[in-house]
Design a protein around this ligand. Structure first.
Ligand SMILES: [Zn+2]
Length: 70
């Protein structure tokens, strides 16, 4: 099995800067999320990255794991 692709922090940082986030960091209590997961071929692109609340983020990934998607 291929090694799971990792997100590129530098790319995400630039995307968040372009969106106007200070230092390219999500605000406290928020995280950057890939709409289409890396496991499904999602990329570190402007359109595929969203900033969402940490709690919601955890829930999304919990659900994906339940469905065996990651
Ligand atoms: Zn995520």
């Amino acid at each position: 099995m291929a090694r799971k692709r990792q997100a590129d922090p530098a790319k995400i940082n630039k995307i968040l800067k372009d969106r106007g986030y200070k230092n390219g960091e999500p605000p406290r209590g928020y995280e950057a999320h890939h709409i289409k997961s890396l496991a499904e071929g999602g990329k570190d692109t402007y359109r595929n990255i969203r900033v969402i609340k940490t709690a919601k983020h955890r829930q999304i990934h919990k659900n994906r794991r339940k469905r065996g998607e990651e």
